[in-house]
Design a protein around this ligand. Structure first.
Ligand SMILES: Cc1ncc(C[n+]2csc(CCOP(=O)(O)OP(=O)(O)O)c2C)c(N)n1
Ligand SMILES: [Mg+2]
Length: 436
């Protein structure tokens, strides 16, 4: 059959052929990094609209950046949350504990004690300051990079390590990938390997909270890469339409494994600016400034609690280390990116602020760091008594059929019996443990 005009396209000799644009990161391994193109506004300049303001009043902020800590380590401007020194020290300690935990568990993976680990180095302010600005019973729908929230809420480090080691005391019985925690009693929803699912889940939870006339709000975190998923947009639509009491965070750490933020749309506008298209409040925050993060979370939580609707918050930050223990970032990005990052290190910035206030010292910081390393070491040693990953099965085989249904349906009962029978034939040496 001859090709018609639709299949072939109509020739228009006076027009250029259509073409696509494929984003390319600015720096590759070995490149000299220059961030002078990246606007970093001075701290303290932005107005803080009233929490009950029309959403449109926040929209200029989505193209700017809320910053509180200035270059002299002082907290300045309308967004300064005015926290007392005791609270600031607790914030610093929790961030440092999160980093100490990451460092040790990363090494545990290298020592073969677990199969997988993910650090949040450089992003500690986001999880810790948000957790501190929320009420303890607000519901969190995290990604795998908010371990700082569990730590802030006082979840036992030993149980975190038990989960990472998938051992006998793993509260999740080895069913989740290491670091994919779930802690119902701590308002921490099960982490999902399927990116972005937590966004619509958080909105749904928030809607349910409102339907029940409750006072608890929900909050969710995703990476900027994950914001390219359809789930992001479904969540935003529902949140906007029903004015759901939810705070939605995009953690823009510039990278999604080896894909840079341009592939999620960062070259066109900010992630916070997406709030505009949905007609909801939006804020863009220096994610390495713990006080700015706290202030933004507090603002958005108060707004949601006052029935003024959802807020989208972009945290502008940098993933200082590899994506996970399975990644080698030196293969795709310049090592100088981390060194040159203009927003600094969140822990160092808060430390310097406390020192500037006369409420802390380098000696106290060193002593605290030593203490935290010891605290994590004790927790890992304790967890190791319950076993490590790869040293056999720590949970009886038949438990994999349990805990989903209140009563095991007949077809699963049959499958379980068959699986146990076949297993007994193939691996008789496990029979005693399987029958336990
Ligand atoms: C639906 C889905 N697509 C792809 C993946 C594989 N994957 C896991 S993490 C990741 C990168 C996510 O990057 P980002 O959302 O920016 O979060 P970050 O790791 O930077 O915190 C990808 C592509 C996945 N787990 N789920
Ligand atoms: Mg990312």
């Amino acid at each position: 059959m001859a090709e018609g005009p639709v299949e072939k396209g109509i020739a228009r000799g006076n027009l250029p052929p259509l073409e696509l644009y494929v984003p390319e990161p600015k720096y590759r391994p070995g490149d000299v990094v220059d961030y002078s193109h990246l606007p970093v506004p001075p701290a303290g300049l932005l107005a803080r609209p009233d929490e009950t303001c029309p959403a449109s009043e926040t929209w200029p902020l989505t193209l700017d950046m809320v910053r509180v800590l200035d270059d002299d380590d002082h907290a300045v401007g309308a967004w300064n949350p005015g926290l007392d020194p005791e609270t600031l020290r607790r914030m610093l300690r929790t961030m440092a504990l999160t980093r100490a935990f990451d460092d040790r568990l990363y090494r545990s993976q290298r020592q073969g004690k677990t199969s997988f680990y993910m650090k949040c180095t450089g992003e500690e302010a986001i999880s810790v300051a948000c957790a501190m600005a929320l009420a303890g019973d607000d519901m969190v729908f995290p990604s795998y990079r908010q371990q700082g929230i569990l730590i802030s809420r006082g979840y036992p480090l030993v149980d975190m390590v038990n989960q990472i080691y998938s051992n006998r005391a793993d509260p999740l019985k080895g069913r989740q990938l290491p670091i994919m925690y779930s802690a119902k009693d701590y308002g921490f929803f099960s982490i999902s390997g399927n990116l972005a699912t937590q966004f619509p889940q958080a909105v749904g939870w928030a809607m349910a909270s409102a339907i029940k006339g409750d006072t608890r709000i929900a909050t969710a975190f995703i990476g900027e890469g994950s914001s390219a998923e359809g789930d992001f947009h479904a969540a935003m639509t529902f949140a906007a339409v029903y004015n759901a009491p939810v705070v939605l965070h995009v953690v823009n750490n510039q990278w999604a494994i080896s894909s840079f933020s341009g592939f999620a749309g960062a070259e066109r506008t900010t992630f916070a600016a997406r709030a505009t298209g949905y007609g909801i409040a939006g804020l863009r925050v220096d994610g390495n400034d713990a006080l700015a993060v706290y202030a933004a979370m507090e603002w958005a939580a108060n707004r949601a609690r006052a029935n003024q609707g959802p807020t989208l918050i972009e945290h502008f930050t940098y993933r200082a280390e590899g994506h996970s223990t399975s990644d080698d970032p030196s293969a795709y990005r310049s090592a100088q990116e981390r060194e040159e990052w203009p927003l600094g290190d969140p822990i160092m910035r808060l430390k310097k602020h406390l020192i500037a206030l006369g409420e802390w010292s380098e000696e106290q910081q060193e002593a605290m760091d030593r203490e935290l390393v010891e605290q994590v070491k004790v927790a890992t040693k304790e967890a190791e008594k319950n076993g490590i990953l790869g040293h056999g099965m720590h949970h009886p085989f038949h438990t994999m059929f349990e805990d989903v249904f209140e009563e095991l349906p007949w077809h699963l009962e049959e499958q379980a019996a068959q699986a146990m029978r076949e297993r007994g034939i193939k691996w008789p040496e496990w029979k005693e443990r399987d029958d336990a």
